[in-house]
Design a protein around this ligand. Structure first.
Ligand SMILES: [Zn+2]
Length: 184
């Protein structure tokens, strides 16, 4: 791992690359792929995100990075513990799905109430070239499905059932604040 990966500019909604189907990575060991993974970790950590897909930094490849564990802001992802996911596939385990609020570094200022499968089984190649089969649940499954969508040229807005389920960050903070007060 290189120590000096750059922080990259994040593409935003309207950039055509966010709407493209990405290409499979043939050689995970290629230095440019390894360097790209490092730069994506640097970028998502700097942006305090929990996941980042290659199209979000302008690269049309089948790759995303995500946090290793469920966490709340600020995320605790580091260069050492983040997961790099190459050429992923997944299937739902069961049919249960749940809606919750999502945001996206490429759609600043907006949140949406998005249905996702609660439990999935993912298969992907990690940065060491190993094939990994892993189950994700709840928030982790949500992150995986959000990032996977980016690789198919989709964003979370495409999954929202009603336009009233799109709100601003400011209102989202008000809702979350109210919920947390309720819990106390
Ligand atoms: Zn996103």
């Amino acid at each position: 791992m290189t120590a000096e990966a750059p922080i990259l500019e994040i593409t935003e909604l309207g950039n055509p690359i966010l709407r493209e189907q990405t290409k499979r990575i043939k050689d995970p060991f290629a230095p440019e792929i390894q360097h790209l993974i490092d730069a994506m970790f640097e970028t998502v950590i700097a942006a305090r995100g929990v996941g980042l897909a290659a199209p979000q930094i302008g690269v049309n490849l089948n790759l995303f990075v995500m946090t290793p564990e469920v966490q709340h802001s600020p995320p605790h992802m580091t260069l050492e513990n983040g997961i790099a996911i190459i050429n992923p596939e997944f299937k739902a385990i069961g049919t249960e799905s749940e809606s919750d609020w999502e945001g996206c570094l490429s759609i600043p200022g907006i949140r949406g109430y998005v249905p996702r499968f609660c439990h999935i089984q993912a298969t992907y190649t990690n940065r060491h070239g190993e094939t990994v089969t892993q189950e994700f649940e709840d928030f982790m499954a949500r992150i995986f499905q959000h990032e996977y969508d980016h690789l198919q040229g989709k964003v979370f807005l495409d999954r929202i059932k009603l336009s009233k389920d799109i709100i601003t960050d400011k209102e989202y903070m008000r809702i979350v604040g109210a919920l947390e007060e309720d819990e106390e």
